[in-house]
Design a protein around this ligand. Structure first.
Ligand code: FES
Ligand code: FES
Length: 152
């Protein structure tokens, strides 16, 4: 089936199989590999994107369900070559090791700071509980959230 959607502000279309995920369509059909596929079961958050402004796991959304909707991926957060403040904060805090979790975390943190500009540690913990990182021990990620919140 053919779907039409807006991705990072651009009108896009793609031929998709009825059962394929939005994550697959973004990565394999629309040339946007930023959202990562780590579990494909809604457990790790590495595929986090915005669907009509709501944070979702792209692996749990059918591409067909995104037809006619607005998607923002990690590639669409910054302004041109300029990093989004959350991306810059991850760089400055050294919150990236292998980087596999990072795109999903950046999207999830952007969502958190939109809702709660100055979150407490508990609010950060709660908000990011769906984003798994095997490398950092989360301490640098918390630092990145604090840096981004301070600069906002
Ligand atoms: S790949 Fe979607 S939640 Fe893990
Ligand atoms: S930096 Fe490797 S999984 Fe998070």
């Amino acid at each position: 089936m053919r779907i039409e959607l807006t991705v990072n502000g651009e009108r896009r279309d793609a031929d998709v199989w009825e059962g394929e995920s939005l994550l697959f369509a973004l990565r394999e059909r629309l040339g946007l590999p930023g959202s990562k596929n780590a579990c494909e079961q809604g457990e790790c958050g590495s595929c986090s994107v915005f669907l009509d402004g709501e944070l979702v796991c792209a692996c749990l959304v059918l591409a067909a369900q995104a037809d006619g909707h607005d998607i923002v991926t990690v590639e669409g957060l910054g302004a041109g070559e300029e990093l989004h403040p959350v991306q810059q904060a991850f760089v400055d805090a050294g919150a990236v090791q292998c980087g596999f979790c990072t795109p999903g975390l950046v999207v999830a943190v952007a969502d958190l700071l939109d809702r709660v500009p100055h979150p407490s540690d508990d609010e950060i913990r709660e908000s990011l509980s769906g984003n798994l990182c095997r490398c950092t021990g989360y301490s640098k990620i918390f630092d990145a959230v604090r840096i981004a919140a301070e600069r906002a």
